[in-house]
Design a protein around this ligand. Structure first.
Ligand SMILES: [Ca+2]
Ligand SMILES: [Ca+2]
Ligand SMILES: [Ca+2]
Length: 223
């Protein structure tokens, strides 16, 4: 009987150890699977955000390249506004381009061009996302050739522009600390012969989360 009891005890201990081992194994596998799932979710989240940022980067590059190319031949005295007095920034500018040089003097083109921050007609400013693209009250940058003339041609060169520059919120403050209050998401500034352009665009990634991107360009006025 003693032998039987000892055997029974051994069997009980072995069974107990086995259950403990199984429990530990299950717990470890659960932890590993949990960590793997978290890494997978975080990786996917980072990927969809990076993917949207790349799209916005590409959109900004195309717009800023176009603006830089057009402003590169601007006649500085034709800039409206001039941005050399009390006002040093704007979200709307028109100017004449150089047609040629006569006796060292730049000859202006008869037509003006302009860039301006405009409301998106598909999403009027009412605090709602009327066109259901995930961005509320977005704007756009419009380029007009022949501005002020009889047959102007307008194209949108940047869409989904944020109403205010990145970090800035409506309300009369300077939340992004750049010295400007409620500046729009298309900002032109002048310092001597240097024009700087900033654009902030917004979009939503595949998870429906908001992604914001800002790019800038500098143009030296040569004429
Ligand atoms: Ca709206
Ligand atoms: Ca919208
Ligand atoms: Ca500001």
């Amino acid at each position: 009987m003693k032998l039987h009891d000892e055997q029974q005890g051994q069997w009980s201990n072995r069974t107990g150890s086995t259950l403990l081992e199984v429990s530990i194994s299950i717990a470890m596998v659960s932890i590993v699977l949990g960590v793997a799932a978290m890494v997978g979710i975080a990786g996917r989240k980072a990927f969809v955000t990076a993917n949207k940022q790349a799209q916005l980067d590409s959109q900004l590059k195309i717009a800023l390249d176009r603006i830089s190319a057009e402003l590169g031949s601007a006649i500085s005295s034709s800039l409206d506004p001039q941005l050399t007095g009390m006002v040093t920034d704007t979200d709307e500018i028109s100017l004449a381009q150089v047609l040629g040089i006569v006796d060292g003097v730049p000859v202006p083109s008869p037509d003006l061009i302009s860039f301006s921050f405009e409301d998106d007609p598909n999403d009027p400013v009412d605090g709602l996302d009327n066109d259901n693209d995930g961005v509320v009250d977005e704007a756009r940058v419009v380029f007009v050739r022949g501005s002020g003339g009889t047959s102007p041609s307008a194209i949108t060169i940047c869409k989904n522009v944020r109403r205010h520059l990145q970090g800035e919120e409506e309300g009369g403050g300077d939340e992004n600390g750049n010295g400007l209050i409620d500046e729009s998401g298309f900002l032109i500034q002048r310092d001597g012969n240097l024009l700087s352009i900033k654009i902030t665009v917004q979009g939503t990634n595949a998870n429906g989360e908001s992604v914001t991107k800002t790019s800038s360009a500098s143009i030296v006025l040569r004429n």
